[in-house]
Design a protein around this ligand. Structure first.
Ligand SMILES: Nc1ncnc2c1ncn2[C@@H]1O[C@H](COP(=O)(O)OP(=O)(O)OP(=O)(O)O)[C@@H](O)[C@H]1O
Length: 266
């Protein structure tokens, strides 16, 4: 058996169910995120996508079923152990204090350092590398509160990279971005996946999933309606089942495919 086959996926959900005060949101849901995978989670408003992310982050506990990070049950991991395995990118938010963007990214190092150790040279190098990798080094000294929504989103992704976890969990990462930056973001995610990261993201854009995901998971009524390769899974029928709207077979309305895939012309 190959090493690949023996290594457990970065993230596994097995039969996960969850209710908010008697309101069942997830009813037995299973999915995996492995190395170099981009898993896009789609579902209508209120389908339970954010709830699923909160469960994966260990912020909520399932009523039944199990969640594993690198094969270890999340229920047995400390917050720090979870943070070393999984980094969360929330939707771009406004910070209460005018930190410099590089200080926001340094927060990603907390998982490694804890609250009481001052950042060292290796932490500063890690933060600089995260900015560099995303091509947004020019934002490092800017005040986070003065950045645009799209710029903040890139800073939050840099923070997740600085955390050093192999799985990135992103909540609608393209929501605040203009069209060009959406394409750029998806390209970045593809590059990160090519480098071995596992990516789990929610999206309201089937076209984003088609363009970038290795697998899509369609969530409805608390269960996985379908999951599989984007081109085979995102069909007019499944879009209708998911959102109740009829779309043409090809191209989907509103779908603009960047020439040559997601590569931006240089
Ligand atoms: N803290 C909470 N207490 C009670 N109910 C909640 C809570 N958070 C979410 N819900 C409910 O759980 C369901 C799933 O919500 P969730 O935010 O996970 O959906 P979502 O798929 O992320 O939705 P959207 O696409 O609109 O962001 C909704 O019916 C919502 O009203």
């Amino acid at each position: 058996m190959s090493v690949e086959a023996m290594t457990p996926p970065f993230l596994q959900l097995r039969g996960v169910a969850f209710s908010y005060r008697g309101h069942a949101v997830l009813k037995g849901l299973s999915l995996d995120v492995g190395r170099s995978e981009i898993v896009a989670l789609l579902g209508g408003n209120g389908a339970g996508k954010s709830t699923l992310l909160r469960l994966a982050l260990g912020l909520l506990s399932p009523a039944s079923g199990e969640i594993f990070l690198e094969g270890r049950a999340i229920s047995g991991l400390t917050r720090r152990e979870i943070a070393r395995r999984l980094a969360y990118v929330p939707q771009a938010h406004v910070a209460p204090f005018p930190y410099e963007a590089r200080d926001v990214v340094m927060l990603g190092r907390l998982a490694e350092n804890g609250l009481f150790r001052a950042p060292g040279a290796s932490d500063h190098a890690c933060v600089a590398a995260a900015f560099e990798r995303l091509g947004v080094g020019h934002l490092a000294r800017r005040r986070y509160t003065e950045l645009s929504g799209g710029e903040r989103q890139m800073v939050l992704i840099a923070r997740a990279l600085a955390q050093g976890a192999p799985v990135l969990v992103l909540d609608e990462p393209a929501a605040a971005l203009d069209f060009g930056r959406q394409i750029e973001l998806l390209r970045q995610l593809q590059q990160l996946a090519a480098d071995g990261y596992g990516v789990l993201m929610t999206t309201h854009h089937p076209d984003h999933a088609l363009a970038s995901a290795t697998r899509v998971v369609l969530l409805k009524d608390g269960v996985v309606l379908r999951q599989g390769r984007p081109a085979e899974t995102l069909t007019p029928e499944s879009i209708f089942d998911l959102y109740g709207v009829r779309v043409a077979a090809s191209p989907l309305p509103g779908l603009f495919v960047a020439a040559g895939g997601l590569q931006r012309p240089t």
